[in-house]
Design a protein around this ligand. Sequence first.
Ligand code: FPP
Length: 254
Amino acid sequence: MEPSTDTLASQIDPQKVPRHVAVIMDGNGRWAKKKGNSRIFGHKNGVEAVRQTVEAAAELGVRYLTLYAFSTENWNRPALEVSALMSLLMEAIGQEMDKLMRNQIRLLTIGDTEALPDNVRSKLRAAIEKTSANQGMRLVLALSYSARWELAQAARAIALKASQGLLDPERVDQRTVEEHLATAGMPDPELMIRTSGERRVSNFLLWQLAYAELAFVDKLWPDFRKEDFHAALLDYQGRERRFGLTSEQLEKKA
Ligand code: FPP
């Protein structure tokens, strides 16, 4: 990967790069419609934006990049669109594997991946395994994911352990919940970016985004480029994150 030379990137403070950035890649369908083309054409053109985002994040030293690639609700889309998305995902993984290895990027997934077609699951499993020793950025694909699914499965796992006497119900606290989420062991995202101008969280990482800064970008996903990622990071660095404290308390802590 060539280091980025755009002026926005040079203004980013390397000491204040978020450890975890989450992205809702929205607007493929609208992008395609504007061009008089099929939704699938939009998804195909979204892959370049994925590539640029992964590169930008890795170059800046982001440790975790989570991309909302397929939601639980997306299963209700027309079968042709669902299968096109699955094929695109498989193709992209195949094409990018060398680059992931070269750049030490480790692939992970969150979501109900049992629901994915067998060929997609085995391709993902192989890619996760192959990249498992990579020490660079974690690229987390949210696939068949929704936050309510995740919270419900965490509640189920905790209840099951309690019923088996493996866990004291009186001692269930925030940490117990965190340990049973799909993101167990990952830091919470400090920044969440959503493209396409929609200002919603749409069932994405509801627990983990509790204190995240939200960046809503008007561009549709296939138009999203490295510079847009840099702009979102710069904007994030200009914000004061207070975690419920006052500005004065924060100054004293610094
Ligand atoms: C949202 O646009 C986008 C998606 C549901 C899928 C994103 C998938 C890709 C970019 C392709 C491959 C993914 C990877 C990780 C290589 P939308 O269809 O909801 O757009 P709309 O809101 O305009 O209809």
